[in-house]
Design a protein around this ligand. Sequence first.
Ligand code: ARG
Length: 362
Amino acid sequence: MSVISPPAVVVAQEAESFLRQCAEWLGWDHERHARRRAAVLDELARTGTYRHTPAELVLGAKLAWRNHTRCVGKLYWKTLMVRDCRRLHHPGAIAAALTTHLARAHNGGAIRPIITVFPPDTPTTPGPHIVSPQLIRYAGYEQPDGTRRGDPANTALTRLARELGWRGDGGDFDRLPVLIRDSRGDLTRHDLPPDACPDVPITHPDHPWFAELGLRWYSCPTVSDMRLEIGGVTYPAAPFTGWYVGTEIGTRNFGDRDRYDLLPVIARRLGLSTGDDRGLWKDRALTELNVAVLTSYERAGVRMLDHHTMADQFHRYVQARRRAGEEVHAEWGWIIPPTAASATPVFHDSYDPAVVSPNFFR
Ligand code: ARG
């Protein structure tokens, strides 16, 4: 496996720009900034890379969240908990750190925003990389007769896990192992204990039949396939967790045609005719799915926000930043909720989608 390093001048420019942000946010005086800048440029000239101090790493990870244009929850960026695992190269050690990550993120249901940073790419060695898009994913099975089980988004990942010797139970909510590619390019699979971040069973306050569907979802998402870029340094494995907005599950994961595709199922159970779109059976099914998700998480004591509250919070954050003369970078299409969009203030606003560094990339 070879590493394609960006040209040295680009790295130096990125490093200098990041150190200016450090000076601003960490309150470095002129002398301290000049000293650190000289040391970094020297290290870059000698080794082709440089090592962030723990304080720089923490700030860089927080700023990457703040700068990300596709996250409606980023107003909490200052509260991010940053775990420095840059010393861990062995896949077994990485998997153990991921288990701890999940348990700290889950926090007994009081989900905490947290990121764990593993070794960076260097000019000689790529850092380890998590192939799984999230630490928890449900397998997707395609039966020979064309019928599907589980999450179709993960059929390729499921195939890869099977090639590595994994055998699932063939159900709809069957957790896949985490796949890790180490610095040497070797791919391994790791089962993380389910109780580190348990599933929430989905029920509905008015419809007892909902429980019979056997729906469930994991407590919180941990995106694990994005690389974190800070000041010209790339961290290919830096999984991060935040709490869910209900619509991510109720509308998208459960409702999308190419995911669990549950709208026809729910509509039929609600006694609605699915023959005519003008009867709005999809809209009504979506609403009941979202009610079920929000009430189930609440009942399980797992932190989750509804899309109205989340959008209101984001809107107030943007307005406060604007009053301070600063624009929040965001992608409108990712900020508006997929359900009841126009009933939230973010639908009626527009944003500058500029991508600045530090940031997360796929
Ligand atoms: N939308 C993704 C999912 O349904 C999770 C993405 C991250 N979301 C978050 N709330 N931090 O699994």
